[in-house]
Design a protein around this ligand. Structure first.
Ligand code: DAH
Length: 336
């Protein structure tokens, strides 16, 4: 084939190349090791002497020309392919997509906050299972079978004779059995009661149990810790009152009430028109309970408290019905 024809064919084929891969095929066809132009240039030495110079010169022109055209086309196709990629993968950053951001539930937030407050006072956070033994939930807390106090906490029983813990006090039992005094622990968690529901009663709610065991623990230690806790949680001084309260696992036992923050002590449905809300039952750990936990009551004493988290959140945010927490109503959760 003449140089002229090779040139023509090459240029036609080049004009029909629209992708980088077909261009590469073309390059190999003409300029690869066994390409048409490459092989042609190897025949220069076989030409008759008098034609060899002119032939060689023309082949070189053909070769250089082909190489230049291939390079230029390659650059051109690269730009085109990039542009079509940008076109097909185009993201418009100006479109205003509103991504909703989640956040912690107010109960989790208050639990985290309480854990922070207590760990900064040297307390250790303990965990316990939601399904408990009768022993940990009742017996070890000085509430034997048939004790009238069992009626205070109506219970969901499991078919195998265990129960859904009715209070986080079960965690203090686990603490006593596993730790050597002195110790300071809190045990946050979900608890269950088989109860009729109303604005201030739920069958599922959250508590934080607290327990300090050391030598010479007194009511004064208890009151000081409770005051610090309430001040930190509400970030202001709140009015409190202490009155005797009965719980089989403490002696003496107290009810620590705070002035209702929803009605400012005037009386509303949450405080049952009394102006006060029971927030923090507490007391000095009963010697029987210490004994049950393997602690000698002649050597050690302690205080304990049980904090209702739902009520705390209700006071803090002015929520007037405890049933909102479990309602799964997003309008409720989104307010926080
Ligand atoms: N466990 C009790 C309840 O849920 C609350 C409680 C009262 C816990 C007195 C205590 C305490 O540690 O000392 O009703």
């Amino acid at each position: 084939m003449s140089i002229e024809n090779i040139k023509k064919d090459f240029e036609t084929e080049l004009a029909n190349c629209h992708t980088l891969s077909s261009l590469e095929e073309l390059r190999i066809k003409y300029r690869g090791q066994k390409g048409i132009i490459t092989l042609l240039s190897r025949t220069i030495k076989d030409q008759p002497k008098e034609e060899r110079g002119a032939f060689g010169k023309n082949v070189n022109i053909l070769k250089n020309n082909a190489d230049n055209l291939l390079n230029n086309k390659k650059e051109e196709l690269k730009v085109i392919e990039l542009e079509s990629k940008v076109e097909s993968e185009w993201i418009d950053p100006t479109i205003d997509i509103k991504l909703e951001k989640g956040h912690l539930h107010p109960l989790s937030e208050i639990q985290n906050k309480i854990e922070d407050i207590f760990t900064s006072m040297g307390f250790v956070v303990l965990d316990g299972p939601e399904t408990e033994t009768e022993e940990n939930n009742f017996e070890a807390l000085n509430i034997p079978k048939d004790h009238p106090a069992r009626d205070m906490q109506d219970t969901f029983w499991t078919t195998d004779g265990n129960l859904l813990r009715t209070h986080t006090s079960a965690i203090q039992v686990r603490g006593m059995k596993n730790l050597k005094p002195p110790f300071k622990v809190i045990g946050p968690g979900r608890v269950f009661r088989y109860e009729a529901l109303d604005a201030s009663h739920e069958n599922t709610f959250y508590q934080v149990e607290g327990m300090v065991v050391d030598k010479n623990i007194s009511v004064a230690n208890l009151i000081a810790s409770m005051k610090t806790l309430l001040k930190e949680v509400f970030e202001k001084d709140v009015k409190v009152r202490l009155r005797p309260g009965y719980f089989p696992f403490v002696e003496p036992g107290f009810e620590l009430d705070i002035s209702c923050l929803i009605c400012n002590g005037e009386g509303c449905s949450v405080c049952k028109q009394t102006g006060w809300v029971e927030l923090l039952p507490c007391g000095l750990v009963h010697p029987e309970v210490l004994k049950h936990g393997g602690i000698d009551p002649n050597e050690y004493s302690g205080f304990a408290f049980g904090l209702g988290l739902n009520r705390l959140v209700m006071m803090k945010y002015g929520i007037n019905d405890i049933r909102h927490f479990q309602s799964s109503d997003l309008r409720f959760v989104k307010q926080f």
